[in-house]
Design a protein around this ligand. Structure first.
Ligand SMILES: NC(=O)C1=CN([C@@H]2O[C@H](COP(=O)(O)OP(=O)(O)OC[C@H]3O[C@@H](n4cnc5c(N)ncnc54)[C@H](OP(=O)(O)O)[C@@H]3O)[C@@H](O)[C@H]2O)[C@@H](O)CC1
Length: 152
């Protein structure tokens, strides 16, 4: 583990509506069992039975699913790691609500805090959210993660 649970314990996984979000929820389950303190934010739930199973797996070991009211304005106060599981290779165009605002949260934390103090580590799954899978960060408005996790 690069970011050990003894030092980076509080993890927020932000999940999108597709399979990248599912990867995020599976990652959350594993991280929970590795001793991290997990929270999941999954604002746009897709009505798919397989996704429901993953949610049940997670809720059974008491990983809280947060509502928008639970999220503080400055996520850096509450979390040591943000897992970006909003979008993967099927992202197109510019983010639509509620992700247009949500995607800005990790970006603004990185912009404001990085130079002055420790900020949460941002870990993206497969593709940084906001990036086109082939064209990259076209508008320069995608997430710039500290770590990218993908499997070839
Ligand atoms: N398939 C595989 O082989 C494997 C896949 N894997 C994983 O799955 C990921 C790909 O999953 P995916 O295809 O479900 O798409 P994903 O990137 O999660 O997003 C789709 C959702 O985003 C939405 N959406 C799109 N653009 C949007 C916008 N501008 N603003 C807002 N919403 C937007 C779109 O909505 P729609 O356009 O359909 O209305 C849809 O709901 C891949 O990166 C990897 O992590 C691996 O686990 C293993 C092997």
């Amino acid at each position: 583990m690069v970011y050990r649970s003894t030092e980076y314990n509080r993890v927020l996984t932000i999940c999108g509506p597709g399979n990248n979000g599912s990867d995020g929820r599976v990652a959350a389950r594993h991280l929970h069992h590795f001793g991290y303190k997990l929270s999941v934010y999954y604002p746009k739930r897709a009505p798919k039975p397989l996704y429901d199973v993953v949610i049940l797996w997670l809720e059974s070991p008491c990983v809280p699913f947060l509502s928008v009211e639970d999220l503080s304005m400055d996520l850096s106060n509450d979390f040591d790691i943000l897992v970006d599981a909003m979008f993967g290779f099927s992202f197109r165009g510019t983010p639509r609500p509620p992700f247009d605002v949500l995607i800005q949260r990790p970006i603004s934390i990185q912009n404001h805090h990085r130079m002055h103090q420790e900020s949460p580590i941002v870990v993206s799954i497969d593709i940084p959210s906001g990036w086109h899978v082939e064209e990259g960060d076209i508008n320069g408005e995608g997430i710039k993660p500290d770590m990218l996790v993908y499997i070839l």
